[in-house]
Design a protein around this ligand. Structure first.
Ligand code: MN
Length: 132
């Protein structure tokens, strides 16, 4: 999918299989994907052109929570949707993710056939951020 004005998203994911699956699903839905495989790279690749960010939480180097905090601290990035992709199943995660600035999250393993609907649901209803 070619880069366009309103279809670019950033995916921060270190697992090559997950990145391939997510990219496939997003491109099939008409998005242009910019990929980053570390939190630092993700922060560096944020631009105002992106519609939203998918953020893996477990990453080498800074984790997805810290990357989200750093993106939120950038000027003009208070409102960009950041959707966490987490395999954590620990109590308190939801609060941690939201406190770090995530708009919503879904849990791995994800289904490439429904991931787009999950993303759109979170984007549509940020007051109900937990979709999993
Ligand atoms: Mn990971």
């Amino acid at each position: 999918m070619k880069e366009g004005l309103n279809n670019t998203v950033l995916v921060v994911e270190d697992n090559p299989n997950n990145l391939r699956l997510i990219t496939y699903a997003l491109e099939r839905a008409g998005y242009h994907v910019i990929a980053a495989t570390t939190g630092e790279e993700g922060v560096a690749k944020v631009t105002e052109k992106q519609l939203f960010i998918l953020m893996d939480i477990q990453l080498p180097g800074i984790d997805g929570l810290e990357a989200t905090r750093r993106i939120r601290a950038l000027p003009d990035y208070a409102d960009i949707p950041i959707i966490a992709v987490t395999s954590y199943a620990m109590r308190g995660d939801r609060e941690k993710l939201l406190a770090a600035g995530c708009t919503g999250y879904f849990e791995k393993p994800f289904d490439p056939l429904t991931i787009i609907d999950q993303i759109h649901e979170i984007l549509r209803d940020p007051k109900n951020p937990c979709v999993s």
